[in-house]
Design a protein around this ligand. Structure first.
Ligand code: NAD
Ligand code: IPM
Ligand code: MN
Length: 364
């Protein structure tokens, strides 16, 4: 079997965390005799520095000819003064859109080893956090018309938020399909008491649910209430389906429930097997280059890649188990180190556990 992955390391801690994750991907391929081709391409700030464009055509072409994309993070203070459409972040938004990756799955669950790292009280954490944010990724306010102009002698700016039925239908199906494989509960999060787009979102999700997924429980929450419920009673959630902006915000909040934003992976999918896999956090310029960034979200993103693009569910599970095991041995400072170990050994550690576990499994 051949596997071609485009690797977009990006900026800040991007290269450090992706290098760790690649170690894990390589051991999986060795173990299964997969012929792995990695094509590294620039995106974000590094691409701007190299070519003037946060998403060069060559990068797009490479992604389109790959089975999947592994991405680190983009952005940083060096490029913060650039106008919105020239910034590193624009490269990320464009690649998601160019590749048609409308469904962003962001799973948040607490590993038992990290219960005491969650900022929430034990009584709340122990009621269980295992939820999936399904975020619409290629529409809404992120992709609406925007502008800035002088009106009556002052600057005035706008960002249009627009959703069409077909965009909501497909993200609703992605959420219901995910719920069907989990605990069969979907919560639609919106601001339907204020926004037209949210009214449409809510009604289309309800229509798809009633017609196509009658045995999946559907409820609704306004986004302000949902953000409160996430910290007060996170155990009530299974799948949350929401628009682009609300999903961005709620997934950082959900990430922190698990102990660190450095723990949350994501898959961006478009309905085919192809996907882009990245941690949900950013380029963390404050810790870049120090060797202390947590690579587990990126390693878990490799597990999501194996599961969603390559149907290698067993391998994904072994990686998740190895990540869990690493937590009682080796931690990065964001998880309050059990021992002062540098982050760069985590990929190596997980690689070893993976080898041992798969070796044991093939032997039996
Ligand atoms: P951030 O997620 O980069 O960092 C927020 C905080 O979390 C920082 O204190 C950082 O040190 C910490 N953190 C993040 N990831 C970590 C990890 N793996 N291990 C340990 N600590 C970690 O968010 P920000 O500071 O708001 O943004 C920084 C830059 O990243 C900005 O340019 C922003 O636009 C960009 N960004 C990119 C992405 C992406 O590429 N997907 C996502 C979010 C933000
Ligand atoms: C994320 C990030 C991006 C987003 C930014 C960097 C464009 O915050 O992946 O969560 O808002 O989608
Ligand atoms: Mn974000």
């Amino acid at each position: 079997m051949d596997m071609k992955i485009t690797v977009l390391k990006g900026d800040g801690i991007g290269p450090e965390i992706v290098d760790e994750a690649i170690k894990v991907l390589k051991v999986v391929c060795e173990c299964e005799n997969i012929n792995l081709t990695l094509d590294e391409q620039p995106i974000g700030g590094v691409a701007i520095d190299k070519t003037g464009d946060p998403l060069p055509q060559e990068t797009i072409d490479s992604c389109k000819s790959s089975d999947a994309v592994l991405l680190g993070a983009v952005g940083g203070p060096k490029w913060d003064a650039l106008p919105t459409d020239k910034r590193p972040e624009k490269g990320l938004l464009r690649i998601r859109s160019e590749l048609g990756l409308f469904a962003n799955l962001r799973p948040a669950r607490i590993f038992p080893e990290l219960c005491s790292n969650s900022p929430l009280k034990d009584s709340i954490v122990q009621s269980g956090v295992d939820l999936l944010v399904v975020r619409e990724l290629t529409g809404g306010i992120y992709f609406g018309k925007k502008g800035s102009e002088q009106i009556n002698g002052e600057q005035s700016s706008y960002d249009e938020m627009r959703y069409s039925e077909h965009e909501i239908e497909r993200i609703a199906r992605a959420a219901f399909d995910a719920a069907a494989k989990r605990h069969r509960k979907v919560t639609c999060v919106d601001k339907a008491n204020v926004l037209e787009t949210s009214q449409l979102f809510r009604s289309v999700v309800a229509r798809i649910g009633a017609k196509e997924y009658p045995d999946i429980e559907l409820s609704n929450l306004y986004v302000d209430n949902a953000s409160m419920q996430l910290v007060n009673n996170p155990g009530q959630f299974d799948v949350i389906v929401t628009g682009n902006l609300f999903g961005d915000i709620l997934s950082d909040e959900a990430a922190m429930l698990t102990g660190s934003i450095g723990m949350l992976p994501s898959a961006s999918l478009g309905g085919s097997g192809f996907g882009l896999y990245e941690p949900i956090h950013g380029s963390a310029p404050d810790i870049a280059g120090k060797g202390i960034a947590n690579p587990l979200a990126t390693i878990l993103s490799v597990a999501m890649m194996l599961k969603h693009t390559f149907q290698m569910t067993m391998h994904a599970k072994v990686i998740e188990a190895a990540v869990e095991e690493s937590l009682s041995v080796l931690r990065t400072p964001d998880l309050m180190p059990a021992e002062e170990e540098p982050a760069h050994s985590l990929g190596g550690y997980i690689t070893e556990v993976f080898g041992t576990r798969t070796g044991l499994e093939t032997a039996t």
